[in-house]
Design a protein around this ligand. Structure first.
Ligand SMILES: [Fe+2]
Ligand SMILES: [Fe+2]
Length: 192
């Protein structure tokens, strides 16, 4: 454990409840394991996993006002489901709390809910880790866990992303426009 990681852990423990802390710790471990199996930087993956839900417990009004203060885009979809803003807001708040933190880690935090059109390897590792950490029980989780290391990382991400997209549809939940964008970019790329 690096001193940066220990510092991050202390700060996180002071601001989130036990459930979120446990989830973050499991995502950190899972991200480290996925990163190791794909030759992606393990320390960065662990740190991004640990910090990804930094702003998850903030109230909707707080998320919206922080996003506006930092000039992050706030669309109608974000106002309808402000919870999704915890990813981009988390990135700006982690930047303030841990000055000098790796920009790649911040990017992975920002991309962990809706994804992004261009996903780095680290972004994909954190996205997948969030979905398959040992506390998750959704239908697709077993198959996704089994695919780690046996399919390319891009394919693992595509499978994870489609499982969460399908879940949104099954639950008749709102689909963020960024999600359809990312999806379209993903399928265009896979076909190529
Ligand atoms: Fe999250
Ligand atoms: Fe999470």
């Amino acid at each position: 454990v690096t001193s940066r990681e220990a510092e991050a852990h202390d700060l996180l423990r002071a601001r989130v409840g036990a459930d979120t802390l446990g989830h973050c710790e499991r995502v950190a471990e899972t991200a480290a394991r996925i990163a190791a199996s794909y030759g992606v930087g393990v320390a960065r993956a662990r740190l991004a996993g640990l910090l990804h839900d930094w702003s998850k417990e903030e109230m909707a009004v707080e998320l919206v006002s922080t996003a506006r203060r930092h000039n992050l885009p706030v669309t109608d979809a974000d106002l309808a489901v402000p919870y999704l803003l915890h990813a981009p807001v988390g990135a700006v708040e982690v930047r303030d709390a841990l000055p000098g933190i790796d920009e790649a880690v911040l990017r992975a935090i920002a991309a962990h809910t809706c994804g992004a059109r261009e996903m780095s390897e680290l972004d994909m590792v954190v996205y997948v880790a969030d979905a398959i950490e040992p506390g998750r029980t959704h239908d697709a989780v077993k198959a996704l866990r089994g695919a780690v290391g046996s399919v390319p990382l891009r394919e693992l991400f595509a499978r994870t992303y489609s499982a969460s997209f399908r879940h949104l549809l099954d639950k008749r939940r709102c689909v963020h426009p960024v999600t359809t964008d990312v999806w379209n970019a993903l399928v265009a790329e896979v076909k190529r």
